[in-house]
Design a protein around this ligand. Structure first.
Ligand code: NAP
Length: 337
């Protein structure tokens, strides 16, 4: 499949490398706000034939079949809808959209255009180690809670400290720690424990009101799941899920390189396999396999299942933001198509 891209940062390079590695995709079309940036990006790949600095022309004239969108979060919704209208399948970076109103419009659009596919690029969700945790949780005699942490110092925090407002630390761009890193942990919680009964977020807000870090508590019947997120410090805490006498321990709840089931005596059984070098390979393979046959009922169902999880994740993120008074300008926009 011919692939087009929006966004020319390192994450796009990593995704395109993974996508080409699967043998399912070839990068042919590059959009950037500046033609020179598009050309510089495309020079690293063999089969790029089209460069655009106009988004409408990219969609109207571009010959690609699938677009990977890795722009600032607040642009995902509009660009996804624009792509679908141009009959392109969409792989859009996490967090897919800013709020449930946007997701609702997408669901409605896809309902009327079942030939089109749209995926949220939640990379860890497609990894074998993610499924191993899911299975191990199912086999616990009881669940007594979980503590999951994803805190990584962002290089952009240096800019923020220097007085700038980089996109990922800006409400205007639907940024913040919860949206950027919390999304992985909410994927964990929804996939491993289901939809929480209630959810509250306790952010540490920075000077512009955005959450630089925070703690979310998701309430389940009989237990809580605590999510620690942050972009202003590094954490090396493992993630833990508590059974009765056994504990599932993972090196990091979003990266899942090593997962163990530790028994009552402290003995661990390894549940994980060594992850691929490129952390986006598993999702690229998953999307490639589904897009290979878009007429297949099974593939359609799979994308609908993934989208249903994305919708729940989006709802929980929104609820968490609301509980903490974290609003985005995107929440005020009228959305339609
Ligand atoms: N899955 C992962 O592991 C992972 C890791 C990092 C990021 N991400 C996701 O990828 C997306 C992009 O993240 P990022 O950190 O790369 O964001 P970013 O640097 O703020 O922007 C990404 C790209 O969007 C374009 N852009 C920047 N500012 C813009 C603006 N004001 N208006 C229009 N376009 C603009 C730029 O491309 P041009 O200059 O070429 O137009 C830039 O390369 C986010 O949704 C993020 O959550 C995912």
């Amino acid at each position: 499949m011919k692939l087009g891209i929006i966004g020319t940062n390192w994450i796009t390079k990593q995704f395109v490398e993974a996508a080409e590695m699967t043998g399912e995709f070839t990068l042919t079309s590059v959009y950037s706000r500046k033609l020179a940036t598009a050309q510089k990006f495309g020079a690293d790949f063999k089969n790029v034939t089209e460069y655009f600095d106009n988004l409408s022309e990219f969609f109207e004239q571009g010959t690609f079949e699938v677009v990977y969108i890795a722009s600032p979060n607040n642009l995902h919704f509009e660009q996804t809808l624009q792509a679908l209208k141009a009959k392109k399948h969409v792989i859009v970076e996490k967090p897919m959209f800013s709020n449930p109103a946007e997701l609702k419009v997408l669901q409605k659009y896809l309902h009327h255009h079942p030939e089109l596919y749209c995926f949220e690029a939640a990379r860890h969700f497609h990894e074998p180690n993610f499924q191993s945790v899911k299975q191990a949780v199912k086999e616990l005699p009881v669940i007594q809670g979980a503590d999951l942490t994803y805190k990584k110092y962002s290089s952009r925090y240096d800019q923020f400290l220097a007085g700038e407002e980089p996109n990922v630390f800006s409400p205007k761009f639907s940024g913040g720690a919860l949206q950027d890193l919390g999304v992985y942990l909410v994927y964990d919680a929804i996939s491993w424990f289901g939809i929480p009964e209630d959810a509250h977020y306790y952010p540490v807000k920075l000077r512009n009101g955005i959450d630089g870090s925070g703690t979310a508590i998701l309430n389940y019947p009989g237990y809580d799941v605590v999510l620690n997120v942050g972009k202003t410090a590094n954490s090396y805490l493992p993630g833990e899920i508590y059974g009765l006498k056994e504990t599932i321990v993972m090196d990091n709840a979003a990266e899942l390189q090593k997962v163990e089931l530790v028994d009552a005596t402290g003995n661990g059984t390894m549940l994980s396999v060594d992850p691929a070098k490129n952390p986006m390979l598993a999702e690229a393979k998953a999307f490639g396999e589904v897009l290979r046959d878009t007429d297949s009922l099974q593939n359609k169902q799979l994308q609908q299942e993934w989208l249903a999880v994305a919708v729940e994740v989006n709802h929980v993120l929104y609820k968490l933001r609301q509980s903490a008074g974290l609003a985005f300008p995107a929440d005020e926009h009228e959305v339609n198509y």
